[in-house]
Design a protein around this ligand. Structure first.
Ligand code: SAH
Length: 372
C-alpha cells in the first residue's frame, strides 16, 4: 500500500519550555520572569552550552535557594535514554531516547580517527514515506522541539568530553564532538523553524551555543526545494545534503515520493542556489539499490545532470543500501557499485562510497526506527 506524504505534524501537546528553546533575548526575558538578576541568563547559558550541564543542582555558581525554581521552569528533563547499544569496538554508539510524551527517537555517536560525529533526529518518525527507509515506514509522530534536538547534541558532546579523561592525550579522534549530521529520524526541513533554532545554537560560540563549526554541520533533506532556498538565504554556511537516489523523475517519484511535488530539475536548481549562495559543496546522497537505481545508464545520467547543475560544487555520496526488515531490496554487488562510481567520476563529478557504520546494531542509515 502506498503511504501518504505528511508535511504537517499531527497536533500533539508539545513538551514544556526549556532554556535551549530560547535565544539570547528569550533567555533574558525568562530570567527576568523568574525575578532573577539579568546576569543569570548568561550564567545559565554558559553552564548549558559551555559546561554541558543541564541540572541546576550541579550549577555551583547559582544560589542554592533558586536552583529548584530554575530547574522547574527552565530545565525540565526532556529526553531520557532508554537503551544504549555499541558496536565497531565501541566506536559507534546508538541511543534510543524517550521524550516526556512517550515519543521515541534515536541518535548515533560515531568516533573516527579525525572526527567525532553525532547523527541526530529532528522528528519522531518521518512523514516522507521513502519506501527503502525504515523510519519512513512508521509515519510521523511529531516534530521535535529545538531543545529536544539540542539535548541529543549535548549528550553526545558530554560523552565525548567524559572520555577525554582516561584517554591518552593526543589520541586520534579523542576528545571533542566535531561534526553533527541531521541524518537520524525525520525530515529536518519539514520542521524548519525548530531545526533552524537548533542549528543556530549548535554553531554559535559559547555562551550562546556549542561552538561547532558551521561547515561541520550537515542538514540532510529529501529535497523540499523552497525550504532549501530559504536555508541558503539564512547564510549559515552549513553543509547541505540532498537525498537524490535517482537522476530521473520516473524512478525518483517512487523512491522519494516528495519528488511528485518537486521534480529532479527543481530540486537540483535549489541545490545550485544553495551552492552559489553559500559557496559550499552540496553532498548528493545516493543509496545504491541492486537492480533498482544502480544501472550504468543511470550513473551516466546522474553524472551528466550533476555536472550540468552543480559542476565542481557537487559531491556524490554513494550509500550501499542497508536493507530494512521485510524488504525485497538489497545493496548492489561491489562490482556494480565500483562501475557506478567510475561512471559518475568519468563525467567529472566527485564521488565516493560512504562507510557503513553501525550495521549490526541497526544504527545504519534509515534504520533508526525504534525497535523497542
Ligand atoms: N530525511 C532526511 C534525513 C534522514 S535520512 C533525508 O532524507 O535526507 C539520512 C540519509 O539516509 C538519507 O540520505 C536517506 O535517504 C538515507 N537512507 C535512508 N534509508 C536508507 C537505507 N535503508 N539504506 C541506505 N541509506 C538510507
Amino acid at each position: 500500500m502506498k503511504q501518504q506524504l505528511v508535511f504537517e505534524a499531527p497536533r500533539r501537546a508539545m513538551p514544556p519550555r526549556h532554556l535551549a528553546d530560547l535565544d539570547e533575548t528569550g533567555r533574558a526575558a525568562a530570567v527576568s520572569e523568574l525575578g532573577l538578576p539579568a546576569f543569570r541568563a548568561k550564567q545559565l547559558a554558559n553552564q548549558y552550552y559551555g559546561r554541558l550541564i543541564a541540572d541546576p543542582k550541579q550549577m555551583t555558581d547559582l544560589p542554592a535557594a533558586v536552583r529548584d525554581q530554575v530547574a522547574e521552569k527552565l530545565f525540565p528533563t526532556l529526553i531520557n535514554p532508554v537503551r544504549e547499544i555499541q558496536c565497531d569496538a565501541g566506536e559507534t554508539r546508538k541511543t534510543l531516547w524517550r521524550a516526556i510524551d512517550g515519543s521515541t527517537f534515536e541518535s548515533v555517536l560515531m568516533r573516527y580517527p579525525q572526527r567525532n560525529t553525532v547523527c541526530i533526529s529532528s522528528q519522531a518518525g518521518c512523514g516522507m514515506a521513502c519506501p527503502f527507509c525504515a523510519t519512513g515506514q512508521g509515519g510521523l509522530q511529531r516534530n521535535l522541539t529545538t531543545a529536544e534536538i539540542l539535548e541529543q547534541v549535548r549528550a553526545a558532546s558530554s560523552a565525548m568530553r567524559a572520555e577525554q579523561f582516561g584517554r591518552t592525550a593526543g589520541t586520534a579522534g579523542g576528545g571533542r564532538l566535531s561534526n553533527i549530521v541531521f541524518m537520524g529520524m525525520g525530515e529536518p526541513l519539514a520542521n524548519y523553524n525548530r531545526v533552524l533554532g537548533a542549528v543556530r545554537r549548535i554553531i554559535a560560540a559559547p555562551p550562546n551555543g556549542f561552538g561547532i563549526s558551521a561547515r561541520a554541520v550537515t542538514v540532510s533533506t529529501v529535497g523540499l526545494a523552497p525550504a532549501i532556498r530559504k536555508l541558503a538565504d539564512e547564510r549559515l554556511g552549513v553543509t547541505l545534503a540532498l537525498s537524490l537516489h535517482a537522476p530521473d523523475d520516473e524512478l525518483r517519484d517512487t523512491l522519494v515520493p516528495v519528488n511528485n511535488r518537486w521534480k529532479v530539475s527543481e530540486v537540483l536548481d535549489a541545490a545550485r542556489y544553495y551552492a552559489d549562495t553559500t559557496g559550499r559543496r552540496v553532498s548528493i546522497e545516493y543509496a545504491l539499490i541492486r537492480d533498482v537505481n544502480d544501472q550504468p545508464w543511470r550513473a551516466d545520467l546522474l553524472g551528466k545532470k550533476l555536472h550540468g547543475a552543480l559542476g565542481p560544487l557537487a559531491h556524490v555520496n554513494v550509500i550501499p543500501l542497508n536493507p530494512t526488515p521485510g524488504s525485497e531490496w538489497d545493496a548492489s554487488p561491489k562490482p556494480a557499485e565500483r562501475e557506478f562510481v567510475r561512471r559518475v567520476r568519468e563525467r567529472g563529478v566527485s564521488c565516493t562510497v560512504r562507510d557503513t557504520r553501525g550495521r549490526e546494531i541497526a544504527a545504519a542509515c534509515g534504520q533508526l526506527a525504534a525497535e523497542g
